[in-house]
Unconditional design. Structure first.
Length: 431
């Protein structure tokens, strides 16, 4: 058996960045539990022509790589076609996406590298491990990674693994390593995909490196930065997104009943950086005939598109807003909350955006993603609340009318990939 382990050196990347992937492969015994029992030994990387006892060779392996970036459109919902050169139809490339993609999806190439060899006919003894790394660049205008109802942007390092034992036929398998990309640029202004893609002549600047002298992977972060570097083109968008997230302009939303303001919602900023928190407060007003006793909150992410992109027969509701021409194709409930306001003069709240798998806000000519916090206010008369607090009522009679407040949010990525753990998820596959 062959065990392949691949790791990207960061959790996520920005357009224009250089990416490094570390690949290790090891020959395992053909036992059911050998993968669990085995441990990686010191990595031997002599890819030359050492003297080897051929009788001990168990597997011969070859690995080629390819960088693939695609736009996948569900043709049942959208009639969007990626176009370039004065409106020509975009290249239809179903072979560039994994086999699980529906036949109703149209797959368009954003950019794709040529195949490059990471290992060619490398002999492996039982228990022996080899290692190799590859670095490559991605385009400055790359859209962010995204998977929605109508459209997906997929960025992948595709590894094609061929291997055979002594006297056995060659077997081949594909391993797809997803590359997570955040685009600060798409937060600020729409990405017009037909102006940039497909990008046929992009130089990925692929470089293969075999560590010499042999050493296991896991070098210091500063050494990685020296070797891999960071795309200069992404520094300005990262700076802009960081600056945007730091704009702290508190907003106040008064809630009125019968002409009286009974509660004020104060939001510290409607721009939130992934890795930080949205901070707000509920400030009830004393002496009112009505009292808000509870607030229910729902954090939502919306996928939107333009009406002209919708297939005939697909119905969607309009995105609220005077200047908005967008329609909502999908509403995803990210998290739900409840806050009790009984007997409290102020209720500060904090909603964490610490999940690195959250999508940032995005604008393209195909789809746009928006975030919003939906608040529902449960209230009753002050007299009934007093009776409940005094024990004269066993249940609090909440009024059926429950006003809502929708707070639009702008979610931006972290300002620098180095602010989060440097290692990406390790993918292990046994063949």
């Amino acid at each position: 058996m062959l065990l392949l382990r691949a790791t990207l050196h960061r959790k996520w990347y920005a357009p224009g960045d250089n990416i490094k992937a570390e690949v290790e492969f090891q020959c395992l015994a053909n036992e059911p539990n050998s993968a669990l029992k085995s441990r990686f030994r010191d990595v031997g990387n002599s890819f030359g022509a050492p003297v080897i006892d051929n009788s001990s060779i168990s597997i011969t392996a070859s690995i080629t790589g390819r960088v693939v970036c695609t736009c996948v459109v569900d043709s049942r919902l959208l009639q969007y076609a990626l176009a370039w050169d004065k409106g020509n139809v975009a290249q239809h490339c179903p072979e560039l996406v994994d086999e699980s993609t529906s036949s109703d999806c149209r797959v368009y190439k954003l950019c794709c590298s040529d195949d490059f060899a990471l290992a060619q006919d490398i002999p492996l003894r039982l228990g022996e491990t080899k290692a190799v790394s590859v670095t490559f660049a991605v385009p400055d205008s790359l859209p962010p990674s995204y998977k929605g109802r109508c459209l997906r942007f997929c960025h992948t390092l595709l590894l094609k693994v061929s291997y055979h034992g002594e006297g056995e036929p060659t077997s081949s398998s594909n391993v797809r390593i997803p590359i997570s990309v955040f685009s600060p640029q798409s937060v600020l202004s729409p990405l017009l995909l037909p102006l940039c893609f497909p990008m046929d002549n992009f130089n990925f600047r692929v470089r293969i490196c075999v560590p010499d002298p042999p050493q296991p992977f896991g070098v210091d972060e500063h050494e990685l930065n020296d070797v891999v570097g960071s795309g200069l083109s992404c520094r300005r968008p990262n700076f802009i997104a960081s600056h945007l997230a730091k704009q702290r302009t508190p907003l106040e939303f008064p809630l009125s009943f019968a002409g009286d303001v009974v509660l004020t919602v104060v939001v510290s900023s409607t721009t939130v950086m992934i890795g930080s928190s949205l901070r707000a407060a509920f400030l009830p007003r004393d002496g009112c005939t009505s009292r808000v006793v509870m607030v229910q909150g729902v954090l939502e992410m919306l996928e939107c598109t333009f009406p002209e992109h919708l297939q005939r027969g697909v119905t969607c509701h309009e995105l609220p807003g005077e200047e908005s021409r967008l329609v909502v194709t999908q509403t995803s409930v990210v998290e739900e909350f409840e806050w009790n306001l009984i007997g409290r003069s102020s209720v500060p709240i904090s909603i964490p955006f610490s999940n690195i798998n959250y999508y940032a806000s995005m604008q393209t000519d195909a789809v746009t993603t928006c975030w919003q916090l939906r608040l529902r206010f449960l209230w009753c008369s002050a007299s009934r609340l007093k009776e409940f607090s005094s024990g004269f009522r066993s249940q609090l009679p909440v009024e059926e009318e429950q006003p809502e407040l929708v707070v639009p949010l702008t979610v931006v990525p972290p300002p620098n990939p180095g602010h989060i753990p440097r290692k990406g998820i390790t993918l292990e596959v046994i063949f």
